[in-house]
Design a protein around this ligand. Structure first.
Ligand code: CO8
Length: 258
């Protein structure tokens, strides 16, 4: 692996695992973390042996937001010239599914990072929020856009304007989180889920991620057409033949991800 300072990176079978690792700062997301996470994710995206990624933090914190100590020194013109925080957009170009395994604090940029992933599995200790307003700023990598799409206008507005935290149960109720599991089990659950996803046909997974992403970005008519073209194209894969043959023959499929 590349020499990373702020993350741990490991491939387990077909799952690429990225663990944020700045425990003393509750995994605050500084520039270095941004470069390392996006670099590691792009490397897993390019690795044909990987079918699904997991991004996680520690039990205490997924990530407590952008690094406030770094931001305290920032200057507006420099931020603009270097497109401050813009590097995180690279994560949205990853074409394989990403599961966020969230325990403890997922605040500000941490909540936004979790929302850039395709699904969130949370421990029952997870706490989500967009507390930027308390610092005199606002979310910067999608909080005002993705949260409203995930939980609706009422709750997103409440969270963003007050900066309050929402617990795992409220996050699940409101549709931000796919599953809540007991604290001790969240990593096992996330890894098991990612392994199950990674065992599916990779071209189908990639097409599916693209289609799901369209739901937020296109009209229903455009999205339906996009989905139909994608399923038609998937009839060309060997995995499609194998998947259907395996069903008919009452056996497990042996996907080759082609
Ligand atoms: N940045 C830098 N350091 C942090 C951060 C942070 N966001 N959060 C915690 N830390 C540090 C603390 O300074 C402390 O360090 P030290 O031991 O040296 O004093 C250490 O982590 C432990 O934190 P606490 O002692 O505060 O732990 P508590 O359990 O008392 O409190 C909280 C935990 C509630 C999470 C508290 O630390 C907190 O409120 N943190 C800040 C949360 C926040 O405001 N986040 C939003 C930041 S703004 C943002 O994310 C902007 C988004 C724009 C784009 C983002 C791109 C990445």
């Amino acid at each position: 692996a590349a020499p990373y300072d702020t993350i741990l990176v490991e491939r387990r079978g077909r799952v690429g695992l990225v663990t944020l690792n700045r425990p003393k700062a509750l995994n605050a997301l500084n520039r270095r973390v941004m470069h390392e996470v996006t670099h590691a994710a792009a490397a897993f995206d390019a690795d044909p042996e990987v079918g699904c990624l997991v991004i996680t933090g520690s039990e205490r914190a997924f990530a407590a937001g952008a690094d406030i100590k770094e931001m305290a020194e920032a200057d507006a013109i420099a931020m603009y010239m270097e497109d401050g925080f813009g590097g995180w957009m690279a994560l949205t170009r990853v074409r394989k599914p990403i599961v966020a395994a969230v325990s403890g604090f997922a605040l500000g940029g941490g909540c936004e990072l979790a929302m850039m992933c395709d699904m969130i599995i949370a421990s029952d200790t997870a706490k989500f929020g967009q507390p930027e307003i308390k610092l005199g700023i606002i979310p910067g990598i999608g909080g005002s856009q993705r949260l409203i799409r995930a939980v609706g206008k009422a709750k997103a507005t409440d969270l963003c304007l007050t900066g309050r935290m929402m617990d795992a149960q409220e996050a699940e109720r409101s549709g931000l989180v796919a599953r809540v599991v007991p604290a001790g089990d969240f990593m096992a659950e996330a890894m098991k889920t990612a392994e199950a996803i990674a065992a599916m046909s990779l071209p189908a997974l990639m097409a599916l991620k693209e289609c799901l992403g369209r739901a937020d970005e296109a009209s229903l008519a455009e999205g339906l057409l996009f989905e139909r073209r994608a399923i038609q194209a998937l009839f060309a894969t060997a995995d499609r033949r194998e998947g259907m043959a395996a069903f008919v023959e009452k056996r497990a499929p042996n996907f080759t991800h082609r």
